[in-house]
Design a protein around this ligand. Structure first.
Ligand code: FAD
Ligand code: EPU
Length: 353
């Protein structure tokens, strides 16, 4: 049965629903139950439904950072469909923007720039929803969303109550947060961001200045930076609507400085970046994977993007299990060559790393 049943004002419930359009790998998995929540006020009522309360619960946004490793996702998949974006406070130097969990992240970036607000320009074109942005503290081109988050509003499953967490309580790090540390505890329903009206543009990440010059921009505004980043991303990353993928499949590993210096003696070309901790450095997983010969590799329909070694792709009919098997082969070869363990960035559903 694929049509919504038990439709109410604030939510709908489907049984045996396809998740193929709800994950950007386009893996053909199905959910036992799929609930769309349009009005988060209904959430406690939805969670108390016997068939929902009984089994496991998985919140999905656009599925751009998950690998469905099983054909059948048991229990309930819950999708937030509240998409309102509004300015709730306007001050001389900043504004507070509130967005529903189901709103498009890129849509929020575009709207904030149109309102004359800045800060999010480096995060343009990241797929997914607003509600998922705090989960891994999305980041790109030298900026992470945690810098701008004032409040995350969520239903705390553990305490069975609504909570409003400030940035400190969110414990943001590189691809990390309290939400990653305590998976499934918080169901995020809205995010509030404090965005400056005037702001120091960040253009030091490799390629931004060159792209602005190529576009003929001499005195860039925030919107010009966003356009430059959109152009770079379109060149570097495969479009999931054309070729299924979840962006970077592995996180860049963060290692103690001494270990990095030893590695650099053997591999002088290895790119090294600042890490969360002063005494650590972040290594380029893409470089290590390319060095091991995986770039553009293909086995059946599971492969590695020819455009970017960190991106696993589904050429058509790959299953989650096949993509996971390829990821394991890649990480084993990086471990063997560099002695460095690499971990998946997307959440694995139905499998353990
Ligand atoms: P999903 O994939 O649906 O979910 C991701 C995780 O968040 C899951 O654990 C899920 O359970 C949880 N979750 C989702 N919504 C909620 C909610 N409301 N409450 C509680 N838990 C929730 N990421 C970056 O950081 N930087 C990038 O530059 C970047 N580039 C990408 C490029 C491409 C082409 C692709 C496909 C992905 C890229 N990503 C990037 C990864 C992805 O876009 C982000 O992680 C995004 O935030 C995921 O959003 P989503 O709505 O698709 O979340
Ligand atoms: N590189 C290679 N081979 C490749 C691609 C890259 O050797 O095929 C090397 C290059 O030396 C390059 C370096 O890797 O200088 C870094 O590449 P890039 O700038 O593309 O960044 P990344 O580390 O691969 C990270 C994020 C991306 C984010 C970009 C830009 C992670 C895991 N990934 O990628 O986020 O868009 O930086 O800031 O941190 C995502 O999380 O899904 C994602 C796409």
């Amino acid at each position: 049965m694929s049509l919504p049943v038990n439709a109410q004002d604030g939510w709908t419930l489907q049984y045996d629903a396809s998740l193929q359009a709800l994950n950007t790998f386009h893996v053909a998995a199905r959910a036992q139950r799929l609930v769309h929540v349009h009005d988060p006020a209904c959430l406690p009522q939805v969670l108390a439904l016997p068939e929902v309360a009984d089994g496991p619960l998985l919140v999905l946004g656009s599925g751009s950072n998950v690998l469905l490793s099983t054909d059948q996702v048991p229990g309930t998949v819950l999708v937030f469909a509240n998409t309102t974006v509004e300015i709730i406070e306007h001050r001389q130097d900043h504004a507070l923007v509130r967005a529903g969990a189901g709103a498009s992240w890129h849509g929020l970036v575009v709207e904030s720039l149109q309102q004359g607000l800045s800060g999010l320009e480096n995060l343009a074109l990241i797929p997914g929803t607003v509600g998922a942005a705090p989960i891994q503290n999305i980041g790109a081109y030298g900026v992470q969303v945690g810098e701008f988050i004032q409040t995350v509003e969520a239903w705390d499953q553990q305490a069975a109550q609504w909570v409003r967490l400030d940035a400190e309580q969110c414990a943001f790090g590189y691809r990390d947060s309290v939400f990653k540390q305590e998976p499934d505890r918080y169901l995020i329903t809205a995010v509030e961001l404090r965005l400056p009206l005037l702001h120091h543009l960040r253009m030091d990440y490799a390629g931004i200045a060159e792209e602005l010059t190529a576009q003929g921009v001499e005195l860039p505004a925030a919107v010009d930076v966003a356009n430059a980043i959109i152009a770079i991303r379109r060149r570097k990353l495969p479009d999931p609507d054309v070729l299924g993928n979840a962006g970077s499949f592995f996180k860049n590993p963060q290692l103690p400085l001494e270990q990095v210096e030893l590695l650099q003696q053997h591999f002088p070309q290895l790119p090294v970046f600042p890490a969360d901790r002063e005494d650590h450095r972040k290594l380029s997983a893409a470089w290590m994977i390319e060095h091991c010969g995986w770039k553009a590799y293909r086995e059946g329909d599971a492969g590695v993007s020819p455009a970017h070694a960190l991106v696993l792709v589904n050429h058509g009919q790959a299953t989650g299990a096949e993509l996971l098997a390829l990821a394991r082969q890649i990480s084993a070869s990086v471990l063997e060559t560099f002695g460095v363990p690499i971990e998946p960035e997307p959440r694995l559903i139905g499998a353990q790393w």
